[in-house]
Design a binder for this molecule. Structure first.
Ligand code: GUN
Length: 287
């Protein structure tokens, strides 16, 4: 069997086009331009690439982009003051503080100082609680992108066995909540799970979010299953730097029914969902 490739790049372009259309209408009819503020503390090279990409795509869909780059030794007080200003700024509808923050800053305190209505990452404790209780919230972008691809591929997910490998607050836990919300039977597996291969083999939907290159092997995948690979790992192979996921793609693609590639799968959907969340935050502020 050869799996259907779920094209996240094309799907993300479609989402961005829909967002751009809605933004154009808001600007024309209500004179409102949604705005996204991204805060980057320090000079982590990967974070700089992500932030630049977010800023570029924000502008491309017609939104205002506010970038705040602060030095690595920024004090908590200065950062919290900036967030207070952004919370109060009516032109800013979404606020994202790029993680990881330098070690001297308390990430939980910083994230929880963002106005939950502007928390387009969905990391604020209020949004986590709302999601966990099935209420209207801001939903973390990466799991939201995964859910959109799964719904697009399957229609209803009700009754399916979903296994999420990874228990991070950013991906694993919210992914499990979303799948539960769509009536899947959900297992969260992790580094201490006993016999992980056999747990994975029980999955109709297998979401890999562990951050370990190609850890999930082809024979861990149930024939016909849908595999969503959240991993973005840089490895050296044949003298070149390559991006690979958490799944051994070549092997899994011979067994799975459908699979997301890396790159071009989940990655592009994350930023598209960030833009969609910013639009949602703006529309809720207007309502
Ligand atoms: N760093 C890696 N992924 C993310 C994300 O989704 N949001 C933020 N704020 N930082 C990140």
């Amino acid at each position: 069997m050869t799996a259907t490739i779920i094209d996240g790049k094309a799907f993300a372009a479609k989402v961005r086009a829909q967002v751009a259309e809605h933004v154009a209408r808001l600007r024309e009819e209500q004179g409102v331009q949604p705005g996204l503020a991204v805060v980057l503390v320090g000079e982590d090279p990967a974070s700089q690439v992500y932030v630049a990409s977010k800023g570029k795509q924000t502008v491309e869909v017609g939104m205002a982009s506010f970038e705040h780059k602060l030095p690595a030794d920024t004090s908590e007080e200065v950062l919290l003051n900036l967030i207070r200003q952004l919370n109060a700024d009516p032109n800013v509808h979404g606020i994202l503080v790029q993680l990881p923050l330098p070690g001297h800053l308390n990430s939980e305190l910083v994230i929880n100082s963002i106005d939950p209505a502007k928390d387009v990452d969905g990391f604020h404790i209020s949004n986590v609680g709302l999601l966990g209780t099935g209420q209207k919230s801001m939903v973390p972008c990466t799991p939201l992108g995964c859910l959109m691809m799964l719904r697009d591929h399957h229609g209803s997910l009700a009754g399916m066995n979903a296994v999420v490998v990874g228990r991070s607050n950013i991906v694993g836990k919210p992914m499990a909540q979303l799948l539960l919300g769509d009536s899947c039977t959900v297992t969260i597996a992790h580094s201490r799970t006993r016999d992980l291969p056999s747990v994975c083999r029980g999955a109709d939907i297998l979401v890999a979010a562990v951050g370990r290159p190609e850890m999930i092997k082809g024979d861990w995948v149930k024939p016909g299953a849908t595999v969503i690979d959240v991993g973005i790992n840089r490895i050296e192979r044949d003298g070149k730097t390559r991006l690979v996921g958490d799944v051994d793609f070549a092997a899994a693609a011979t067994v799975a029914g459908a699979i997301t590639p890396v790159p071009g799968g989940v990655g592009p959907m994350t930023i598209a969902c960030l833009l969609a969340n910013t639009l949602t935050a703006c529309c809720r502020a207007l309502a």
